[in-house]
Design a protein around this ligand. Structure first.
Ligand code: FDA
Length: 391
């Protein structure tokens, strides 16, 4: 099979891989960008409901989960959200801030794909879409990458194959396997930013479609004040997706269903009335939810029949409603994979493996997972750009 020499091979033409290829080629490096998928950057295309939440103005290390919370600082400083916003502006892509610093395209996520493709084509790279990798090995201080089309011999190899979420659009564990092949540790993997499930017969299954403003807390992470959405199988919505990245199976999550509201006062005002408790709560909560919640916490009576202690207990439940999810919807619904190539094995300044000169890991394959809200793409841009400056 034909053997080609090139400076850099990037495997994975998603967010981080295209950024790494553009960054390296614009330094004058010859770059081949290989992806097994025929379609370019499918995850960008479907992201943000088709509008790509491409960064967050608040991107900083405290918005990322990693065994080493400091690891992402260097890349985020070297190529920040402001650098990416400048790039988006240079290409005249119209965007808006939706909420909480989240920036979306006005028109379509395709704008971001087109922009990255144009950046790769500025100097020129060898595109190899629909190309599968047969093997990778180290040779003569570089790497030999065998594909179904040709064999590349490169000085630097950048792995940008992403995580395990959404296998039908091309996700594989290639990057983790390659890390293991080179004796680099991989931290435990789990679905992140994912809906959580309840047991099928759970009472709350009947609430599918109901959405509430909540403060959610799960695991050892921070709490998130956003919407919770009941689904046929459990709970979703931004607040749940956020805490899912901190949740571990077997643990309870806690939801404050009326954040910032004084439920005791609401009860006190209605306490001597004939109103049924769910109708009182329906002032502040969706009626369907109020009914199901009251039914689950005892007999439903007119307010005046409740003891003060019973109402106090209910108020506590409303501010700290504990549920134990039975699991998550898994990689088929997860936006990201938690865990990845252990950051201890990589240089935070270059993204190169400390033990394997010339081998780089970027984007989601690394043990750096962002919150919901544009943080994961920012990590892909930052880590990809940095690797491209050194590869
Ligand atoms: P990415 O997954 O983008 O790219 C990996 C590439 O490697 C793919 O092109 C794949 O085909 C290729 N590949 C995999 N295995 C291979 C193999 N064996 N051989 C060759 N090629 C291989 N984030 C965010 O910040 N804002 C948002 O709006 C969203 N929205 C969103 C929606 C949905 C539905 C999902 C699933 C995810 C998001 N995300 C997001 C997360 C974001 O998409 C994700 O973090 C980045 O795409 C990660 O970029 P990477 O380049 O690391 O992987």
């Amino acid at each position: 099979m034909q053997r080609q020499d090139i400076d850099v091979v990037v495997i994975g033409a998603g967010a981080a891989g295209m950024m790494a290829a553009a960054s390296a080629s614009q330094r004058g490096r010859g770059v081949a960008l290989i992806d097994h998928s025929e379609r370019l950057a499918e995850k960008i295309r479907i992201s943000g409901g088709g509008r790509c939440n491409f960064t967050n103005t608040q991107a900083a290390a405290d918005r990322y989960l990693s065994r080493n919370p400091h690891f992402c600082k260097s890349a985020l400083a070297q190529y920040s959200q402001h650098d990416f916003i400048d790039l988006v502006n240079r290409y005249g892509v119209a965007w808006h801030e939706k909420k909480l610093g989240q920036l979306f395209c006005d028109d379509s996520a395709q704008n971001i794909i087109d922009l990255l493709k144009a950046e790769c084509d500025l100097v020129g790279i060898e595109w190899r879409m629909g190309t599968s990798i047969a093997s990778v090995e180290a040779l003569d201080g570089g790497f030999v990458v065998r594909t179904n089309r040709e064999t590349w011999h490169c000085q630097s190899l950048v792995i940008a194959t992403g995580g395990l979420s959404i296998p039908p659009i091309g996700a594989t564990g290639f990057g983790y396997d390659l890390a293991r092949q080179f004796d680099l540790p991989v931290t435990p993997l789990a679905a992140g930013l994912v809906p959580l499930t309840f047991e099928p017969k759970d009472l709350y299954g009947e609430l599918a479609g109901v959405s509430l403003d909540c403060e959610a807390h799960g695991g050892d992470g921070p709490s998130f004040r956003e919407n919770v959405l009941f689904t046929h199988r459990g709970v979703s919505g931004p607040a749940i997706l956020q805490i899912s990245s901190y949740w571990t199976p077997g643990r309870e999550i806690s939801l404050d269903l009326l954040p910032g509201r004084d439920v005791s006062q609401l009860f006190e005002e209605a306490r001597r009335s004939d109103m049924l408790l769910p109708n009182v709560l329906a002032d502040w909560l969706p009626k369907r939810f109020a009914q199901a919640f009251c039914a689950a916490h005892g007999e439903v009576k007119p307010m005046k029949q409740y003891q003060v202690a019973e109402l106090a207990a209910l108020a506590n439940h409303l501010h700290d409603w504990r549920v134990k999810p039975s699991g998550s919807e898994g990689y088929k619904k997860a936006e990201v994979t938690r865990g990845g190539v252990d950051t201890d094995a990589l240089s935070s300044k270059t993204m190169m493996a400390r033990k394997v000169p010339g081998l780089y890991f970027v984007g989601e394959v690394v043990d750096v997972t962002g919150w919901l809200g544009g943080y994961n793409f920012q990590w892909a841009w930052s880590s990809g750009w940095v690797a491209g400056q050194h590869a």
